[in-house]
Each structure stands twice: as C-alpha cells, then as structure tokens.
Design a protein around this ligand. Sequence first.
Ligand code: GKR
Ligand code: MG
Length: 424
Amino acid sequence: MTDLKIVSVAITPVALKDPPLLNSSGVHEPFALRSIVEVHTDAGIVGISEAYGDDATLALLHRAATAVVGTDVFDLNELSRRVAEAVGGSEASSPTELIGAASHDKTVAQAFAAFEVACFDAQGKATGRRVVDLLGGAVRERVDYSAYLFYKWAEHPGDYDVDPWGEALDPDGIVKQARRMVERYGFGSLKLKGGVFPPEEEIEAVKALRQAFPGRPVRIDPNANWTVETSHRVAAALEGELEYLEDPTPGIPGMAEVAAKTSLPLATNMCVTSFAEIPESVRLGAVRVILSDHHFWGGFRATQNLAALCRTFDLGLSMHSNTHLGLSLAAMTHIAAATPNLTYALDTHTPWKSETEDVLVGGGLTFTDGAVTVPSGPGLGVELDRDAVARLHEQYLTCGIRRRDDVGWMQRVRPEWTGKRPRF
Ligand code: GKR
Ligand code: MG
C-alpha cells in the first residue's frame, strides 16, 4: 500500500458575524475569527479542518504547516512529533481566557489538533470510510446538542448587522430565547451562559427555564465569575435543579471547596483543560464532569484518551464549544458519535451564526430534534464551498479584528469595565 504524503498546507483565516452575546469577560465582538486548514496530499486528496483564527493561533499553524510537509496522513505519531518540534518553543497561547490557563502542552495540542483532524478527513477520503469509523465505529448515529442560551443586547452599538434574536437581559428574555431555539432546533436540554448579572437574577432565570420546560435538563455556566462563597449560595439555591453546574469559581482548589458542599455535579472547561490538570482535580474531587473539546485537548485521539480517563475516574464527559462554523460541528459530531461515554448533549454556538454564513457546500449541517446525524460521506463527510470561504476570508480582511477581545468591546460601551473575575 502506498502512503499518502502531505505536499502542502493552506490556512485561510475567516471571520463570521457574531451577535452581542454577554459573558463574564464582556461581550462578543461583531465578528468572530476561525481558520480553515487544508492538507493537500500527493494523491490529490485534500483533508480539511477548522481551528481558531486569532493571530497567535495562525502563527502556530503556519509554523506547524511547514514542518508537516512530507508526513504520511496515516502517520499521526510522526505528525505529532513534527508539530511538537515546530511549535515547541512558541510562547504558550490560549485563544480565549474562557477556556482556562495557557500552557506549553496546550499550545502544542491546539496546533496538532488542527492537522490531526484534517489528516483523519484525508484518511477517510482515501479509504472511502467515515471518520467515525476510523475512530472505532459509531456508537450512535445521531449526536444530541443543547440549546446554548446567552444574555444579549439587541445589537452592537455602531454600524453592524442586527441579528434576529433580539434582546435578552432578564428571565423572561431568556425563556423567550429558549422557546425560540427549542422550536427551531428541537434541543432537549438547555445551557445558560451566566456570570453576567448578579447571581440572584441568574438563579431566577434558571428557575424560570425549569418552569417553562419541565423535565428538560438545565445547566448554568458563569465562567468562574463567582467567589467560593457566592458559589455555595447559588448551589444551595439550585440544589436538584441542575444537570450540572459549570465552572462556578476559578481554579481546582476553589472548585473542590464548592464541590464539597453541594450534591450538584460540577463541570469544567476552565480548570481542567489539559491532561496535566487531571491528577490534582481527581485528588481534590473538584469536578464530576469534564467538557472535552478536540480543538484544544489535542484532536480526536486525545479526546478518546480523555474519555478513557473519565471512565477510569468515574467522571462524566460533555463537550465545550466556542463560536464556530459547520466544519467544526462536523468534527464534533464524528468524535462524539465514536465516544461511548460522551453521553451529555454537546454545547454548540451554531444557532448564533448567521444562517447565510458557513464554509460548507449546502450551508452546513442541520439539527433534527436537537441532534445532528453523522454525515454519511467519506472522511468528515462535508465539503468546502470555495466561494463561501473566499467571502468569509474577505470579511476577515476587512473586519479589523485579529484576536478575540470581549473585554475591550465591553469597554467601548462601559469604559469602567475591567472584566476582572470573580466579580460576584
Ligand atoms: O462564547 O462567550 C462564549 C462562551 O463563554 C465561550 O467563550 C466559552 O469558552 O462556551 C464556553 C464555555 O462553556 O465556557
Ligand atoms: Mg464553560
């Protein structure tokens, strides 16, 4: 059997319109950055993936891109060795502080993930098999996602497109948003992005959701914007109401203190975001659910390693998202379908994306009853729409944003804003 060598790599930064979603740092900017990675092989097969699109990530991807040329797309160990060598000395970078501390290992994992996913896509296209099959086979053909609710303004101040969702600044607004999202996509569970308003208001919003959607699991995630004391208070008020409480407070020791006084499972995509953080977390009993994310855990195989550790330590496994396009959604769907203990509905920012913006032929994957069916074609089963990529690249060139800065955008509106956490 001949190998399938990488002959070149193309990295295209793109920008998509993003609504004014509020979080503990501030507010989403009018555009979010992603990048499209294409791995060209000597057989003419091209593997694709989606990664963050900020300057620091692009620099990493470019360093790795030069190093991976000549690697066989099936030789993921060699790919990993080369990426680690190429980006090893790079400054630790984290595309957003909302996914935890930066570290050298995370920097390497983040760069490797983009190439590993593209190589899996190429492997699938070469063998006529779906990525989910290469990852061990589908344990489910439909992957459930949850409704990701955000407090939000009606629009960004300035001359920007207005999204169709309107304002949501109180429990009523959140329930209205949830109804609309559930009606449109059929989601069976709900996640509220908290850490925006005083916790008492967010407790009310959770209770309003529980009342409006009886029996539907609800989560809240204030992105570590509560002190340990505040977290105790909120956890006590929401005992029995939540599927899990995500990142109430910063750091593993703080999370362990909160965990010690509540029966609610604590979940994280902030204090455990790399393998190095697992031992302390397990030792202190800080979390009961880890939100995986192949973009920064190091790709598909690393996600499966994480899944094995979760099984070993009797931890639940869920999945985190950042603003993304359909290519990431496809990748998330394949890895989730191949991971038996990924049993929670996954996060996705898809509903916040403009329906007319994606990089995939056909405009992206669709949700039925809150789930995405694993695409049936070889590899990731999706194809790039070249014109759409070009349009979003043009938007990247003109949007003026080069790294995510939710704090800075909030400061335009509220100059006294610091984004310092925990605020409550
Ligand atoms: O999009 O504002 C957002 C989220 O807060 C995101 O940045 C987080 O990384 O969704 C993420 C989370 O679960 O923490
Ligand atoms: Mg989170």
